[in-house]
Write a protein that binds this ligand. Structure first.
Ligand SMILES: Cc1cc2nc3c(=O)[nH]c(=O)nc-3n(C[C@H](O)[C@H](O)[C@H](O)COP(=O)(O)O)c2cc1C
Length: 339
């Protein structure tokens, strides 16, 4: 197995080891005002939407995780199966490995084989050569391309990147790729300045991927002989980075620490066009297999539609009218950052 494939398998094992539903989650500090008398009824149509011009049954999706190893072939096969059956979108893990190891293609393309017509996003690192990225996007018939920006993770990795001048290549990627681009964090969120820079350079969709869920500094630290645990606290809470994106006036996906349908609704109320979920779905798959995960996703759709009804929303546009209030910890951060 190559070093890169080995790392992919280690990430899978460590994401499982650190998965802990009880850890601090900032969605608990966001509250939605609920009408006692909503005058609505539960309707699965209320959560249908479109994503990159395709119809999907729900605004939540399977966010980027894996590809490029034997185990990830099996995982992407199952995730593709579930995405197809439930008609939700899915993002693959970073496929930049294909630049040097093209024989790993099947571990990604299996998700497309399982879900020929659904929404499939690919994920690449910001330094992927534009020509290769274009080829990969075509091979996988990508509906959109996520470019991950993951400085904290790179710094925590002994073999990680030490040069973070990424924007020039990102612009080349933008010129070369003809499907929409999403610039995505990996669990540390986006600040005002970086969003401004992205906007100035023509990027108009981000995935805030904030803190509160999977922590890649923690994952990398356990693969690492130095003690870099202090990096684990560098993330912006997901609700904070979502509100930063809202104020900055860019379209955004909310992800990072989503655990249940109420978190999804909160992500939408916080202004997310869609809500991404990674580790919770992966752990469900590892625990209960693809039929178990499919049942879980179908149940979440019903529960989200239920929440929509009790919050008096008959469609996803109405969600923006729900009033939010915050616990003081989050309110304090928002105040200090002038959000
Ligand atoms: C096993 C695993 C592998 C991941 N690999 C990638 C990746 O290749 N590219 C990426 O942008 N994010 C990757 N992520 C990060 C997720 O897409 C997401 O941003 C992060 O896990 C926070 O979401 P969560 O709290 O729902 O897990 C990975 C996450 C997990 C759990």
């Amino acid at each position: 197995m190559s070093k890169r494939s080995e790392r992919k398998e280690e990430h899978l094992a460590l994401a499982q080891m650190f998965f802990n539903k009880e850890k601090q989650n900032y969605f608990d500090q966001v509250h939605l005002l609920r009408p006692a008398l909503p005058e609505t009824k539960v309707n699965l149509n209320s959560i249908k939407t479109t994503m990159f011009k395709k119809k999907v049954s729900a605004p939540f999706f399977i966010n980027a995780m894996t590809g490029g190893s034997k185990k990830s072939f099996e995982i992407n096969k199952s995730l593709g199966y579930v995405a197809n059956k439930a008609n939700i979108a899915m993002a693959l893990g970073s496929s930049s490995i294909l630049v040097n190891e093209p024989d790993q293609l099947a571990s990604f393309s299996i998700a497309r084989d399982e879900n020929p017509d659904g929404v499939l996003m690919i994920n690449i690192n910001p330094l992927t050569p534009a020509k290769d990225a274009k080829t990969i996007a075509n091979e996988l018939q990508a509906d959109a391309v996520q470019i991950h920006v993951n400085t904290v993770q790179e710094l925590a990795m002994p073999e990680g990147e030490r040069d973070y001048r990424w924007l020039n290549n990102m612009k080349e990627l933008q010129n070369a790729i003809d499907v929409p681009i999403i610039v995505k964090e990996v669990g540390f969120g986006f600040d005002q300045g970086s969003i401004k820079l992205l906007k100035e350079n023509g990027f108009n969709l981000i995935d805030v991927a904030g803190a509160g869920g999977t922590n890649f500094a923690q994952i990398e630290n356990s693969r690492n002989s130095n003690d870099l645990t202090y990096l684990e606290d560098l993330g912006l809470p997901t609700p904070v980075t979502a509100l930063i994106a809202k104020k900055a006036g860019i379209d955004y996906i909310v992800s990072g620490g989503v655990r249940n349908p109420l978190d999804i609704l909160k992500g939408l109320v916080l202004g997310g066009k869609y809500v991404g979920i990674s580790n919770v779905l992966l752990q469900k798959l590892l625990d209960q297999g693809q039929e178990g995960l499919l049942e879980f996703v179908q149940e979440w759709k019903k529960e989200l539609a239920g929440l929509m009804a009790i919050f008096a929303c008959s469609n996803l546009k109405n969600v923006q009218e729900i009033q939010i209030y915050y616990d003081l910890y989050l309110k304090n951060i928002l105040y200090q950052l002038n959000i």
